[in-house]
Write a protein that binds this ligand. Sequence first.
Ligand code: CMP
Length: 131
Amino acid sequence: MIKPDAMRNGHAGAIIDRFIKEGFRIVALKQTKLSQEKAGEFYAVHKERPFYGELVEFMSSGVIIAAILEKENAVTAFRELIGATNPAQAAEGTIRKLYATSVGENAVHGSDSDENAKIEGSFFFSGLEQF
Ligand code: CMP
């Protein structure tokens, strides 16, 4: 996902360009907006965390771009490309270092396992929307 902060700050094009240049194939891509309910569902795993309310509020505050990306070892490669959750700790040149403003408003989300990538992909896209 490209999060509402990166969308508002005009970074979506540069971020998608980076995905392509780093060798990810776009399987599916769309702009959408999460309701509070859908944002809460997407991040249900973080329900007990103190930042959950803030996270749901922020993720439903504006449009996002959802995508399914394919590459060899995609989960690891994508996490390297986006950098640490907290942009202050993200390596130079990573997407979060370049475009995120805080740990909460951190520009992009990436799945943390192949299993969750499948779940999160089908959260946004039907089989007919994946190529
Ligand atoms: P993401 O990779 O989308 O997964 C969970 C999100 O929770 C994470 O990125 C951050 O945006 C957010 N998050 C994690 N820790 C904090 C925190 N301490 N305060 C606010 N948001 C957080």
